[in-house]
Design a protein around this ligand. Sequence first.
Ligand code: PXL
Length: 284
Amino acid sequence: MERQKRVLAVHDISGVGRCSLTVALPIISAAGVECSVLPTAVLSTHTGGFTGYTFRDLTDDLLPMARHWADLGEKFDAIYTGYLGSFAQMDMMREIFSLLADEDTLIAVDPVMGDNGKLYAAFDMTFPPAMRALCAYADLIKPNMTEAALLLGEEYRPGPYTKEYVEGLLERLAEATTARRIVLTGVYFNEKTLGAATFDAEAGEIAYVCGENVPGLYHGTGDVFGSALVGAMVRGLTLSEAVRAAVDFTVAAIRTTAKAGTDIRYGVNFEANLPVYMKSLGIL
Ligand code: PXL
């Protein structure tokens, strides 16, 4: 039997409001992949739409935890970073990669900073340039349209988009971050479909993977998508197969949530749709 793959997920843990580690753990596990965690902060809820949340910054714990694992000889098939709890953590990630990654490790950086044209509540404008520097260490980056503009220091543009704009963004992102693979989410050319544009430097290819556009801004969908993408890549799917699996799973989770009329702050019902994801990976 083949060795079980393992991912290190580096995100905050928000106790209520499905996102970051409460999403990455179950989804990566459903992919049959072991999910170890390096929590960057502990919050009572995420910062999108709830007020009065608690925030425990874990910056001082990150390097001691990573050094402990390095002493134990731990290695990971992928390191997947998302929401980072402080500015200092972006610098630390490079050391963490060098302690815990080897040449076969997929370094996936989701430059979690904002959505819908706005920077998340806990961040200021010093974050985007530091996040761009972190992206230079990634094999794969997964910005949404807001984060792409922030990484490039450009003004956010609301959609619908043109192919010319999207492909220009991908080219500028490839140049600014040196990432070999880019998955840009929140791409749409009309109100009916929504999906991702991918850039693969090796293949010299830009491709689009679209799904149904369900109206509404559901929280945590970037983390559902990113976790599904990383799980699928580690399972050995190609970039376009992994993006297809992640789009279909995320759309299914949004559709279930929209039907139920749940408050969008609580994230999406990905749980009911884990079988959809597992089928696309050939597990079910
Ligand atoms: O899903 C992104 C995210 C993750 N973690 C925290 C957040 C957000 C978005 O608002 O606040 C704490």
